[in-house]
Design a protein around this ligand. Structure first.
Ligand code: ISE
Length: 324
């Protein structure tokens, strides 16, 4: 059976999700699309219904499941509308802008009693992160003690404002670090370079592991994400994720991409395939609404700590049994 999908938001990520659904995902068809730029939506329609109101797309009888890829501030309202309509959704990260909104979503989903939401923390589907997790769980490096993350963007996107280095970028490390280590952060410290770029954020987990993350939004040379887990008896880390080596202009090497889409293309593709299959099997995969809540809540507490100094204790609402 083919899953009839509606895609909301056709910017960088929405356009990639649309392409993946059309070209690289079995068992799905795009039947509706929506974007604030109606003319852009029309050019991408290829037979899909075009909406200018995302809530009308969610309500459409043709739409069985929804991909939410509109701006961050719209995610919470649209996710709640999908839950109210009983429609599964793959919601881009962050799940919500505030901990309060994210908790509302968690409670709404628990009220529905069915896991309908997957949050687009796609690094969980990246082959390199998956290998690192598997090797660590297999005991290759002994118990983990440190996780070093590097998260560099060539330049902050034009839509970046305020504390988005944390609420839009660092949320990835909150999620992937919890997933890699299988333990929860309990405290945080932030150091900021002049102009607040880069940031150096350390988290301590409930098991005493230390997580260091450099978030550098204007690193100029390219998009570069790296992670290394240090265990008691060895380390695992990402090899350079190049698919191509070049010999040119007296140099041998690989190129960095300009942004995250080429670097995480496999992860996005695998995430989309897994989501479509999970909608048909009813077995949830990927980051849950609870995971989305945790990332947003920790980010919110770190943003509040910016400008101060010292260690911040992180607090979460009790996890509903529904997500255990
Ligand atoms: C962007 O929204 C993403 O999700 C990317 O993965 C991240 O690296 C980038 O910093 C964010 O702005």
């Amino acid at each position: 059976m083919t899953l009839q999908v509606g895609v909301i938001g056709l910017g960088v990520m929405g356009a990639e999700h649309l392409r993946l659904l059309r070209e690289e995902t079995a068992g799905a068809a795009v039947v509706a699309i929506c974007d604030a730029d109606a003319a852009r939506a029309r050019t991408l329609a290829a037979g899909a219904d075009v909406f200018d109101d995302p809530f009308a797309l969610i309500a459409s009888d043709r739409v069985e499941a929804v991909v939410i890829a509109s701006p961050d501030a719209t995610h919470a309202g649209l996710a709640l509308a999908c839950l109210a309509a009983g429609k599964p959704a793959l919601c881009e990260k962050p799940l919500a802008l505030t901990a309060g909104e994210a908790l509302q979503i968690v409670n709404a989903e628990a009220g529905v009693g069915r896991r309908l939401l997957q949050v687009g923390y796609m690094r969980r589907f990246d082959p390199a992160y998956c290998d690192m997790k598997r090797s660590t769980e297999d005991g290759l490096i002994g118990p983990p003690v440190l996780l070093h993350n590097t998260h560099r963007n060539a330049g902050a996107p034009d839509w970046f404002t305020g504390a988005m280095a944390i609420t839009n970028s660092f949320v990835h490390e909150i999620d992937i670090s919890r997933w890699l280590l299988g333990s929860e952060p309990v405290s945080a410290m932030v150091h900021a370079a002049p102009g607040r770029d880069p940031l150096l954020i350390t988290l301590e987990t409930e098991r005493g592991e230390l997580i260091s993350t450099e978030v550098f939004m204007n690193a100029c040379y390219g998009y570069h994400v790296h992670a290394q887990i240090v265990g008691r008896s060895g380390t695992v880390e990402m090899a350079q994720p190049a698919v191509m080596l070049t010999n040119s202009a007296m140099q041998h090497g690989h190129r960095y991409s300009e942004n995250w889409v080429p670097r995480f293309r496999d992860a996005y593709r695998r995430q989309m395939g897994a989501w479509v299959r999970s909608v048909s099997t009813g077995v949830p995969v990927g980051a849950s609404a609870w995971d989305g809540y945790v990332a947003t809540t920790i980010a919110e507490q770190i943003v509040a700590a910016l400008g101060g100094c010292g260690k911040v204790s992180l607090t979460l609402a009790p996890r509903p049994d529904f997500y255990r």
